[in-house]
Design a protein around this ligand. Structure first.
Ligand SMILES: Cc1cc2nc3c(=O)[nH]c(=O)nc-3n(C[C@H](O)[C@H](O)[C@H](O)COP(=O)(O)O)c2cc1C
Length: 308
């Protein structure tokens, strides 16, 4: 049997496959659908200091090769997350790892969520979302090198748990932002969040999405995700989590060969909640067929053409 485990962020992941933030709620929503504790882990819906109601409907729509969403970071807020959601994760995810996705309007906001949760059990660390295109200021920190560096430095001082920064694809050179995160104390990176987009209902001559624009995800963004993961992973020595359009073991392997140590499955869960389990089985099958004993042997194992 292929060994799917990975040792990183100071712990063991039994598999490299995680569920992506915003596509699996707080875990409990998926409990009857897939054996959550048999995958690598999950990232919670974003948690902000105060509860957020999110954007007006429609919030999601299908696009060619994917979907567009503008949920607007609706969430129960720090206190309800701590009291009502975290206990379930603590009880039920004994082996699968949990990262908490954190958002804020300001560095103080992010800091309050991290400080407010840090003393609790039941999760590994944080995925810092500086890359949401669907809310005002959602990518402020992810696109401003100075603000990003200050935010990561500030959060680093607040916690010893793993800090993973989720990067936006909407910058000219992702490697610059990857390096800033590493230099400011991040333990890992997630790449990527969604691309801004828009759909128009031509009969009504109106935007389909209540927020007018939203974030595009799903298979359509896979080549961009693979490229940006490769660029980010080539720029840093901290682990990178590859995200974007993954539906199969082969999709995940593209990210792994590009340098991702872990992957996340998001939009595919809306088509089939079991897709993450299938991605995991597909990776194991590939490893067996190619005689790969352990996953780190192929992380970043892409062979590039000789320069001419
Ligand atoms: C409905 C929906 C909600 C999302 N909410 C969040 C969120 O709260 N925080 C975050 O960092 N990313 C969020 N994302 C982005 C995903 O985690 C992921 O980065 C993106 O969808 C690309 O992966 P995919 O193509 O596999 O879906 C959301 C995506 C979708 C489709």
């Amino acid at each position: 049997m292929a060994d799917l485990s990975q040792h990183l962020l100071g712990t063991d992941f039994q598999s490299p496959v995680l569920l992506a933030s915003g596509t699996c709620g707080y875990g409990q929503e998926y409990a009857d659908l897939i054996p959550l504790d048999e995958i690598g882990g999950m990232v919670t819906k974003a948690v902000s200091r105060e509860p957020r109601e999110g954007n007006p409907p429609h919030r999601v729509a299908e696009t060619p090769g994917g979907m567009i969403n503008a949920i607007g970071l609706q969430n129960v807020g720090l206190e309800r997350f701590r009291l009502e959601k975290l206990p379930w994760l603590r009880e039920n995810l004994r082996v699968a790892q949990v990262l908490i996705n954190v958002v804020g309007h300001s560095a103080e906001d992010y800091g309050s969520v991290v400080s407010g949760l840090d003393g609790e059990d039941g999760f590994l660390g944080y995925e810092i979302n500086v890359s949401c295109p669907n809310v005002k200021d959602g990518t402020l920190f992810g696109t401003d090198p100075t603000a990003l560096s200050a935010l990561v430095t500030r959060l680093r001082d607040l916690t010893e748990r793993p800090l993973v920064v989720k990067l936006t694809p909407n910058v000219p050179d992702i490697s610059l932002y990857a390096r800033i995160c590493e230099e400011s104390g991040a333990d890992g990176l997630s790449a990527i969040n969604t691309f801004p987009g828009m759909l128009i209902d031509v009969e009504g001559r109106r935007p389909v999405i209540g927020n007018v624009s939203g974030g595009v995800s799903g298979p359509a963004i896979l080549p961009m995700g693979v490229y940006l993961t490769w660029r980010a992973a080539s720029a840093v020595s901290i682990p990178v989590i590859g995200i974007g359009g993954i539906r199969s073991g082969d999709d995940a392997l593209q990210y792994i060969l590009a340098g991702a140590s872990l992957v996340q499955v998001g939009t595919a869960l809306f088509v089939d909640p079991a897709s993450a389990v299938q991605v995991q089985a597909g990776i194991a099958d590939y490893m067996e067929r190619h005689g790969v004993g352990r996953l780190p042997e192929i992380v970043g194992g892409l062979t590039l053409p000789e320069p001419r």
